[in-house]
Design a protein around this ligand. Structure first.
Ligand code: NAP
Length: 232
């Protein structure tokens, strides 16, 4: 991986995204661009033009991207006082749409606009924060309909993009990552004492080790924070 290139963290303003940016610095990258809804450039998944403008901004730097890390996502919606659905009768259109917009459609537009900027001469990585609850074969508890489904769809997107990108850029790697249960605004209502809870720094250190050690043959896979492969 060419550390003279750029590293870009979308959702670099979030808990895990912020810690990932620091970890990327320890790999030797000098230019790490953190993007959130209030940064310059900014990205808001409600507006594709913001994604296009941010990609244009990066392109004008005339350097390729070696790490593109997507740390965006929602689980609950504070503005509308909406928690993940425990049962079918809790499903509502607005909350379901918001989950799919931010957890699935937004990342797909990131791939659309940013994949052409990934380094094609040496290893480059597009990693997105998915969640283990998005694994269909691992679903033992049910509930959290919109979040689970939006992350399962995100996983399918990563797999599909990895297949197209094998032809377009054979040095690019597309992966989904489960960060573990990590202390953040997103997980705050669900931090049970029986769960292993990591700080964003601990989780980010594990995730960056995975990225560092990835081989191009591992594109299109889903990894747990400890480096083990997760089933779709
Ligand atoms: N924390 C956990 O335990 C846990 C477990 C499994 C998976 N994950 C996944 O890890 C990811 C990050 O979680 P986190 O705990 O770090 O959450 P967080 O601190 O709440 O960060 C969420 C990020 O998403 C961005 N975002 C929200 N709405 C957006 C929109 N409309 N357009 C663009 N960006 C938007 C936020 O940007 P602003 O700063 O601009 O608001 C922020 O950077 C999520 O995908 C989550 O599902 C987390």
């Amino acid at each position: 991986m060419n550390t003279e290139n750029l590293a870009v963290v979308i959702g670099g303003t979030g808990s895990i995204g912020g810690a990932i940016s620091e970890q990327i610095r320890s790999l030797g990258f000098k230019e790490i661009i953190k993007i959130g809804r209030m940064t310059n450039p900014s990205i808001d998944f409600n507006d594709e033009q913001t994604i296009k403008n941010a990609a244009e901004f990066i392109k004008n730097k005339k350097k390729a991207i070696s790490i593109l890390f997507d740390a965006t996502g929602i689980l609950h919606d504070e503005e509308n006082n909406q928690m993940p659905e425990k049962t079918l009768k809790n499903i509502n259109l607005k909350f379901a749409q918001k989950n799919f917009l931010i957890n699935t459609i937004g990342p797909s537009l990131l791939i659309k606009h940013f994949a052409p900027l990934l380094d094609s001469e040496q290893k480059s990585v597009f990693a997105t924060l998915s969640a283990k609850v998005g694994s269909i074969s691992d679903n033992g508890f049910g509930g959290w309909y919109s979040y689970r489904a939006s992350k399962a769809a995100l996983n399918q997107l990563i797999k599909t993009a990895s297949i197209e990108m094998k032809i377009k850029n054979k040095n690019s790697i597309f992966i989904a990552l489960h960060p573990g249960t990590v202390k953040s605004k997103l997980s705050k209502p669900f931090q049970k004492s029986n769960l292993k809870i990591q700080t964003p720094e601990e989780s980010a250190a594990h995730l960056i080790t995975i990225i560092k050690e990835l081989k191009t043959s591992e594109t299109g896979k889903f990894f747990n924070w400890d480096g083990t492969e997760l089933p779709w």
